[in-house]
Every structure is written in C-alpha cells, then in structure tokens.
Design a protein around this ligand. Structure first.
Ligand SMILES: [Zn+2]
Ligand SMILES: [Zn+2]
Length: 221
C-alpha cells in the first residue's frame, strides 16, 4: 500500500491487534500523518484560532459588526507549511483523492463537535473557478464526511462583478445569493478559515431569511 500523500510504501505493522481486526487499508504513512497538525485544544472557542486564550480579538470585532451571524467555526488541522503544500496539490492541481488520506481525522473532529444531523451547506465556487479546478472543495469535504450536501447558495462570478458600476459593486460585496430558504440550523462547509468573511457573507444571507443558527466546519485554520 502506498501513502496517498508522499507515495512511499507504507510498511504494514504486523501485530495481533491488526491480525484479529483484519487491517483496514491505511492510506497515510505515519510521517504524513504527524506533519498534519490536529487542533486538539483551540485557543478561541468561536473560530478555533490556536494562538489565543479565550475569544480572540477578531471574533470580538466580528461580533461588533456582524452580531450573532456565525455561532462558531470548528477546524481539524492547523494551516501550517505542510498542510499548505497538501492543499495546493489537492485544490489547485486537482489531486482530488489526496484528502481521503485524512478522512479519519476529519470525521473524528466533525462528529465530536457536530453530533446532531444538521444539514451541511455547500459554499459554492463561481462558474469560472469550478471550471478551472474541476471540483468544489466544499462538496468534496461533505463526501468525506459521508453526508448529503445541500445547495442553498450561488456565487456571483468575478466577471459579472467587474462589469457593474462601482456603486453597484460596493453595494453587492457579498458574493453569494440565496437560492433556497431554510428554517433549520445549518453547518457551512469550507476548506480554510482565514478571515472568516466568506463564511459570514454566506451566513448573513441565511440568517436574514430565517435560518436560526449558522455553524461552520473547515479543514484548516
Ligand atoms: Zn506519506
Ligand atoms: Zn476567534
């Protein structure tokens, strides 16, 4: 068996445990597993930032400008140098199966924080981006979670935006449009939480139309 990430052969460790359980096929070597840093103790409970004690400054600022829009974000891994490399291969070079190597960790963190069967909402890409990449990372993550994906949003293409008059552009900085209203809590699924603005743009539309709570789940923070 080869590691999906580094392509080195994974040496199976023969133990009684494995013998009795019938080994599940490991898709990840121990090195590539260790280099992906799991967030076990988030510093900020709202956004999973690791280098803060309690609610971070950014989250406080967000609450001032977008009060109650996003309940919280849960992330699986730190966006360190190694994960940046993996993400680049996965997302920009179309190595779609790469993230399967980390499926176990992704599922574990997800079910720990979100045990309820809350609908998972896709963060859409613009047509152009989707065409360039060949897949939507948000949908790919929902597949890894072995759950059904819900499409409630569309994303305006950047071309359409630039053709608009400046004043119209400023008014429509939110790149999303809501296509379907939902009156149940939802979880937005995306790959990386950087500033949190993408998720809040999506969440604010959902909340405005009656969604009671919007949560987020991202792979990297
Ligand atoms: Zn490896
Ligand atoms: Zn925070």
């Amino acid at each position: 068996m080869k590691c999906l990430v580094c392509l080195n052969t994974i040496e199976p460790q023969v133990t009684w445990e494995i013998f009795l359980q019938l080994p599940e096929k490991d898709k990840l070597c121990s090195d590539c597993s260790h280099r992906m840093e799991r967030i076990t103790k988030p510093g900020c409970p709202r956004c999973f930032r690791t280098d803060s004690i309690g609610v971070c400054y950014d989250c406080e600022r967000w609450e001032e400008s977008h009060e109650g829009v996003l309940e919280k974000n849960v992330s699986v891994f730190r966006y360190n140098d190694f994960s940046k490399e993996v993400v680049a291969r996965w997302k920009y070079r179309g190595d779609y199966v790469l993230m399967e190597a980390y499926q176990k960790d992704i599922l574990k963190t997800f079910t720990l924080h979100y045990p309820e069967p809350i609908p998972l909402i896709v963060i859409p890409l613009s047509e152009t981006r989707l065409h360039e990449r060949g897949f939507n990372q948000s949908e790919a993550i929902i597949q890894l979670l072995q759950r059904e994906s819900h499409q409630l949003l569309t994303r305006m293409g950047t071309q359409k935006q630039s053709k608009k008059h400046r004043s119209a552009r400023i008014q429509s900085t939110n790149p999303f449009r809501l296509t379907k209203v939902i009156h149940d809590p939802v979880i937005l699924i995306d790959d990386i939480y950087t500033t949190g603005s993408t998720l809040r743009h999506a969440a604010s539309l959902l909340k405005k139309e009656g969604c009671p709570q919007v949560y987020a789940f991202t792979l990297f923070r």
